[in-house]
Design a protein around this ligand. Structure first.
Ligand code: DAS
Length: 354
């Protein structure tokens, strides 16, 4: 912020700029709006669950928080206007490229992405993997539409802009601010679908944001942003990676169908320790021999942890494990990693490191 102010003063001294702009002392934050409940609208104040997502434009979201101007010079871009369950790999790449381009601009100090909550955790992890910046990138949504009593979007967005405008949020990877908590985009997941306290990280939040101030208690341990080997500027399309759900009585139909449709890797959303039914193992071994990567994850709710050769002989089968990533995050990492390598050992390293 200091070098931005300095460069403006030099321009004024050189007679190029008439005056130092009024907002020179305020950070510049760009809000990239993609839709979701935070842009939702319901029929009346009593409807907190029945509403239409992706209705309110970004300028109206900004105007709805009068004190935002005290925090930062804020401007908005409407990148998409969709419910996030409809996000595709193409949406991720488009959004990632826009975030990366803005992050390179000297007149941008922080970026907020408003997003539906259903796949917010996937987008936040994706940006954490591929955007090379120290600047704060904050993904935010809401569980209630702005038309409902006790709507949470206004405070969530206010907090997100505060975090994006703050120096102490730099270099901490992509962040998610929901319900006063600061969570890592890597760890956080939507654990509940009807309460405002919906997002949790199995290993705990990084901190809290209260009345516009950040309180940090821990830092991300895995590689992200500037320390990532993946760069959105070198990615045009993500690899086709799909998820098949494990449960009692499961058969191998879904896995075979996904492979037939061209999946380069299948995330096995396993029970327990990423366990695989003995009715499915033969098919997965066959698919691996045909070149499809098999990645064992767990669909337990509050934090899976899948280790190699526990439950299944991964070394013998040349399968991979997703470590502590839930299935939907494992899909994101595999889709990014496969743009760089198809080697099993390299892929497993990547799952340990990210
Ligand atoms: N359909 C949900 C979505 O867009 C609404 C929300 O919770 O944001 O993710």
């Amino acid at each position: 912020m200091l070098n931005r102010l300095l460069s403006r003063c030099l321009l004024v001294a050189a007679g190029i700029l008439a005056t130092v702009p009024a907002f020179a002392d305020k950070p510049n934050v760009v809000i990239l709006a993609t839709g979701g409940t935070i842009a939702g609208a319901g029929a009346d104040v009593a409807k907190s669950a029945t509403y239409q997502a992706a209705k309110v434009p970004v300028d109206k979201l900004i105007a709805g928080i009068p004190t935002l101007g005290d925090v930062a010079q804020v401007r908005g871009e409407q990148v998409f206007q969709i419910a996030s369950e409809s996000f595709t790999n193409e949406h991720l790449v488009t959004l990632g490229k826009r975030v990366a381009a803005l992050a390179k601009q000297r007149d941008v100090d922080g970026i907020v992405v408003t997003h539906g909550t259903d796949t917010l955790e996937e987008t936040a992890y994706f940006l954490n993997l591929v955007v090379h910046t120290e600047k704060p990138v904050v993904v935010v949504g809401s569980m209630r539409p702005g038309t409902a009593m006790s709507a949470d979007g206004m405070l969530n967005l206010f907090n997100a802009v505060n975090v994006a405008a703050s120096q102490d949020a730099r270099g901490k990877g992509v962040l998610v601010t929901m319900n006063d908590e600061l969570n890592s985009g890597r760890d956080v997941s939507k654990m509940v679908n009807i309460k405002t306290e919906a997002f949790k990280s199995p290993w705990g939040p990084l901190g809290m944001v209260v009345e516009g101030k950040n309180y940090w208690f821990r830092l991300p341990a895995k590689r992200h942003t500037m320390n990532s080997e993946f760069d959105i500027e070198k990615i045009e399309t993500l690899a086709p990676v799909e998820i098949a759900y494990g449960y009692g009585n499961v058969g191998d139909t879904a896995y075979r169908a996904l492979a037939d449709k061209g999946a380069k890797a299948i995330i096995h959303a396993g029970t327990g320790n990423g366990s695989v039914s003995n009715r499915v193992v033969p098919a997965l071994r066959e698919l691996r021999n045909k070149g499809v990567h098999i990645i064992r994850s767990s669909h337990v709710n509050a934090g899976g942890f899948v280790l190699r050769n526990a439950e299944q002989p991964d070394d013998q089968y040349d399968w991979l494990v997703a470590h502590d990533l839930n299935p939907q995050k494992a899909r994101i990492l595999a889709a990014v990693a496969l743009t760089k390598t198809n080697d099993s050992k390299e892929l497993q390293r990547i799952f340990w490191e990210y």
